[in-house]
Design a protein around this ligand. Structure first.
Ligand code: APR
Length: 243
């Protein structure tokens, strides 16, 4: 309990709070993580499903997999971790959320100041022209085609080996640079450049608070590291946040 009270005290004193999240935040909504015990990458190969080369080689397989994830996400609800972060946004004057999650559950929980660092599963883009759209389709047989040029549409998410949009990267580092408190929730913190935001926050002596089920490479370097479920820990922290 001491760590929870201390975390809340730091957030209460914070002039500018930035929250960084990963798949662990959505785990209690029934969305599998990637590297946890039942993580997706334990069952599936990221190289067969989450690279541009894999998509060109077998677009049916890749869309089958994203459709399966769309169905799971459609059936899911934001959990107390998402809801706590949305509440914190309404309480803290200066606040921003940067998430690796493509599931859109933060926004469904009411978060507005959100950067989706790895894109969004409900967005699609053409592989050759600059056509983009939002779609809630679950593709079974027919793959989505671009209405402009007829080429394939792909999920508008960042795959392995692909760069992060330059503006998103710049804004994200500017936000953590301006922050005085960085709350990191539900990420194994091994995927860069997102993990670089955590590294930068620690090196520039921000008050970094980590909430994660398992230790991460940064746990010992954080100001506070709380091990546990985000859906249980974050509501407890919110109980001590001054409105
Ligand atoms: N509460 C808090 N943390 C949790 C919970 C929970 N209920 N359940 C799992 N975790 C933790 C796990 O211990 C793990 O450290 O969440 C972390 C999830 O880590 P990953 O599965 O590696 O997910 P993430 O860090 O978001 O992955 C980064 O990798 O696969 C790519 O693009 C994908 O955005 C993803 C990126």
């Amino acid at each position: 309990m001491e760590k929870i009270k201390l975390a809340a005290e730091i957030i209460n004193k914070s002039e500018f709070t930035v929250v960084l999240t990963g798949a662990g935040v959505s785990a209690e909504s029934g969305i599998p993580t990637f590297r946890g015990p039942d993580g997706l990458w334990k069952k599936y190969s990221p190289h067969q499903l989450a690279t541009y080369e894999a998509f060109l080689k077998n677009p049916n397989l890749v869309w089958e997999w994203y459709s399966w994830r769309r169905e799971k996400i459609k059936a899911a609800e934001p959990n107390p971790a998402h809801i706590s972060i949305a509440r914190l946004e309404r309480i803290k004057e200066k606040f921003y959320l940067i998430t690796q999650n493509i599931d859109g559950l933060h926004k469904r929980a009411g978060s507005q100041k959100v950067i989706e660092f790895h894109g969004n599963i409900w967005k699609e883009k053409c592989i050759s022209c600059d056509f983009k759209r939002e779609s809630y389709e679950i593709y079974k047989d027919e793959l989505p085609k671009c209405p402009n040029c007829g080429n394939l549409l792909r999920p508008d998410v960042v795959w392995f080996g692909e760069p992060i949009d330059h503006d998103i990267l710049q804004i994200s580092f500017d936000l953590v640079e301006e922050a005085d408190c960085v709350l990191v929730v539900g990420t194994s913190a091994v995927v860069y450049p997102f993990a670089g935001l955590i590294e930068f926050s620690i090196k520039s002596q921000k008050k970094v608070i980590e909430v994660n089920l398992e230790p991460t490479p940064f746990s010992d370097l954080c100001y506070i590291s709380i091990q546990g479920k985000a859906g249980e820990i974050l509501p407890q922290i919110l109980n001590y946040i001054v409105r």
